[in-house]
Ligand binder design. Structure first.
Ligand code: AMP
Length: 400
């Protein structure tokens, strides 16, 4: 069922409650990276240009004790947003009460207001993160319509996304997806549910246990599933290949065997690895094919694996990538991840989608991000989407 989107709404003169993802890194009041604020601008600008009143909600970090509030106020975000929009943004240092209600009642059409960090409500019994129904209902009462544009939290049921949506709908009001959420649903949804073939998935990262849901779901959808990174060596162990001191989940070896049986030649594993004796960027390393000798650990995929992966990818029409091919944080073991990212940038005929912190960092570092079709803004959320799970934040949006 298609979801209602912001451009379906008439927002003129309306109080539009918007859940954005302004969970940006802030240190001593200075914003480290404003990508997420920039990503929310199309939705906010739509409301301004169509004479609505934009009332923005976001979480920032985790609030466990009263002192956390000082470091995790959204005030610096309001200031940055005002610069980006080139217009004033009213910041309300409260998440409920007369101050917030008065500020909303004083808004003119086209005005923008940012509510304080929704997780300030977590101090009093996890009302935000636990989706307290009274809180969702209260926030919903402040507006005429709701827009969810926070993909990064769409896999969580919180008061500020699911709670508001449900309360709005219960009152006969609408809950729509913003432009960012719409884009994520479109690209991730099309890639997984109606991909152009050949469809190749590249899955990396540390643990089989974290990615098992994605591997299983994509094996049912993709033509090939390339596996790299730390989880490779649990598969090696399952195949009887020696792994030395490489990362392994012993309790997942049986599971890896089952996956390999089910997958047949769909599953593509590295054939060589860059190995070292220590988990250290300066440790001398060598490329090893097949068995990894005792005392060595595999920290990156080797050149023959890169070639094999490129060969598997070269005719692909859809590619989804999540997770690094090695210990990407150490420059001497980042090559496999960077080579894969670089190659994706050359696949001009394919829809190429990247999700997850490390793979996104790799394509950004390489400067190929703009050659790819879509870079997902949500790590955990994109992973759950690729697992075929229903994301509560999306499910709660009204159907068309
Ligand atoms: P994930 O969060 O599951 O995507 O995993 C990312 C982490 O996996 C990164 O911190 C990498 O350093 C780590 N990783 C990737 N390959 C290896 C490897 N061969 N050995 C140990 N850790 C690895």
């Amino acid at each position: 069922m298609a979801k209602l989107i912001i451009s379906d709404l008439d927002v003129k003169g309306k109080k539009v409650l918007v859940r954005v993802d302004f969970n940006v890194p802030i240190k001593n009041g200075v914003i480290g990276n404003d990508n997420r604020i920039v990503a929310a601008l199309p939705t906010i600008n739509y409301i301004i240009e169509h004479d609505g009143k934009a009332i923005l909600f976001s979480h920032l970090g985790r609030i466990k004790k009263e002192e956390d509030k000082k470091e995790l106020s959204l005030r610096p975000v309001a200031e940055r947003l005002a610069e980006l929009l080139n217009k004033p943004v009213t910041f309300v240092p409260a998440t409920r009460g007369a101050q917030l209600e008065d500020a909303i009642n004083n808004m003119n059409d086209g005005d923008v207001l940012l509510v304080e960090n929704t997780r300030f409500e977590d101090l009093d019994g996890k009302k935000e993160s636990g989706n307290d129904p009274e809180l969702g209902k209260y926030w919903a009462s402040l507006g005429d319509v709701f827009v969810n544009d926070a993909f990064g939290t769409a896999h969580r049921s919180h008061a500020s996304n699911v709670g508001i949506s449900e309360a709005m709908k219960a009152e006969g009001k609408q809950a729509a997806a913003g432009y960012l959420l719409e884009k994520e649903i479109k690209f991730l949804g099309n890639a997984v549910d109606s991909p152009k073939h050949p469809f190749v998935a590249i899955l990396g990262g540390a643990k089989v246990s974290d990615k098992i849901g994605v591997i299983n779901h994509l094996l049912g959808k993709a033509d090939k599933v390339i596996v790299g990174g730390g989880m490779t060596y649990t598969f090696y162990a399952a195949k009887g290949i020696k792994i030395g001191n490489s990362l392994v989940e012993k309790d997942k070896i049986e599971l890896a065997k089952e996956i390999m049986e089910k997958a047949g030649d769909k599953l593509v594993l590295p054939v060589d690895n860059v190995c070292a004796k220590e988990f250290n960027n300066d440790a001398p390393s060598e490329v090893v094919e097949g068995d990894i000798p005792d005392g060595y650990m595999a920290l990156d995929i080797g050149p023959k694996s890169v070639e094999l992966f490129e060969d598997t990818l070269k005719d692909a029409k859809t590619v989804v990538w999540n997770g690094p091919m090695g210990v990407f944080e150490m420059s001497n073991f980042a090559k496999g991840t960077l080579e894969v990212g670089k190659f994706l940038g050359t696949l001009s005929d394919a829809t190429t989608i990247v999700g997850g912190g490390d793979s996104t960092a790799a394509v950004q570092q390489l400067g190929v991000a703009d050659k790819l079709t879509h870079i997902s803004t949500g790590g955990g959320a994109s992973l759950e989407y690729l697992e075929g799970k229903t994301l509560p934040g999306i499910a709660a949006v009204s159907d068309k």
